[in-house]
Design a protein around this ligand. Structure first.
Ligand code: CTP
Ligand code: MG
Length: 240
């Protein structure tokens, strides 16, 4: 089986605050996207990495990736993304050559994912699972809420049992045919205009069983400014 990674990196990073698009913000002096591409390219089974860049930043990202070295001279392709993560992944999938049969989708915003996590996801797909997510138990209890129609405080409607909840990360691994089918079937059904927030959720909706492997604390997503503080600390500890 031939495996490719698709890295959606076309988001603006609104929650991180104003500045450069999130994937191009630096960690330890190196753009987050470069860390993410390295993490996936380092995995032995990954033959090709497709980076989905902001539509107005394709040339810039190509230049950036050309100036950084990647292991084992893996092939790197850069394509233009869309207005939602879902759309960006779909555009990344469209750029895959015919011989690819396993796809790992990995957020550029998870730059520090260890290669062991990438390997574990890829191995589970190769062992026969059509869809695999890395996930961790939650520290916080989660409430489901509903807005108050009169503009008052949100109301709690449910408290799911924490022990059975998981926070899911990336890379999420798929048989290519399964992921492509989900993206084709659900392309017009973008939920509330934002699209799906992960690929496994789309695959669930077309009736495919998703399985979980253990995620990693260092695969956290850089979303808010405090996540940059943590990411810098993790990187400094690795380099020490
Ligand atoms: N992404 C993308 N195309 C989009 C939106 C998001 O490729 N139109 C990518 C981001 O670049 C990121 C991943 O999807 O690597 C996860 O999204 P998220 O963490 O939400 O990043 P942003 O959308 O950039 O951040 P925000 O939601 O705060 O604007
Ligand atoms: Mg987003």
């Amino acid at each position: 089986l031939s495996t490719a990674a698709v890295i959606p990196a076309a988001g603006r990073g609104v929650r991180l605050g104003p500045g450069t698009p999130k994937a191009l913000r630096t960690l330890g002096g190196t753009p987050m996207l470069v860390h993410a591409v390295r993490a996936l390219a380092r995995a032995r089974e990954v033959a090709l990495v497709v980076v989905v860049a902001p539509a107005d930043g394709v040339a810039e990202v190509r230049t950036l990736l050309g100036t950084h070295g990647f292991p084992e001279s893996k092939e790197i392709k850069v394509v233009a993304g869309g207005g939602t993560r879902q759309e960006s992944v779909r555009l990344g999938l469209a750029a895959l050559p015919d011989d690819i049969d396993v796809v790992l989708v990995h957020d550029a915003a998870r730059p520090l994912v260890p290669v062991e996590t990438v390997d574990a996801v890829a191995a589970a797909v190769r062992d026969g699972a059509p869809a695999v997510v890395p996930a961790l138990p939650l520290a916080d209890t989660v409430k489901q809420v509903e807005p108050d129609a009169a503009g008052g405080p949100e109301r709690v409607v449910d408290t799911p049992e924490r022990a059975r909840l998981r926070a899911v990360q990336t890379p999420q691994g798929f048989r290519r045919d399964v992921l492509t089918e989900a993206h084709e079937k659900l392309a017009d059904q973008a939920t509330d205009g934002h699209g799906a927030t992960d690929d496994a959720g789309m695959v669930e909706r077309i009736g495919v069983q998703v399985v979980v492997v253990r995620g990693h604390e260092e695969a956290f997503k850089v979303t808010r400014p405090i996540d940059l503080v943590l990411a810098e600390a993790v990187l400094a500890r690795r380099r020490a």
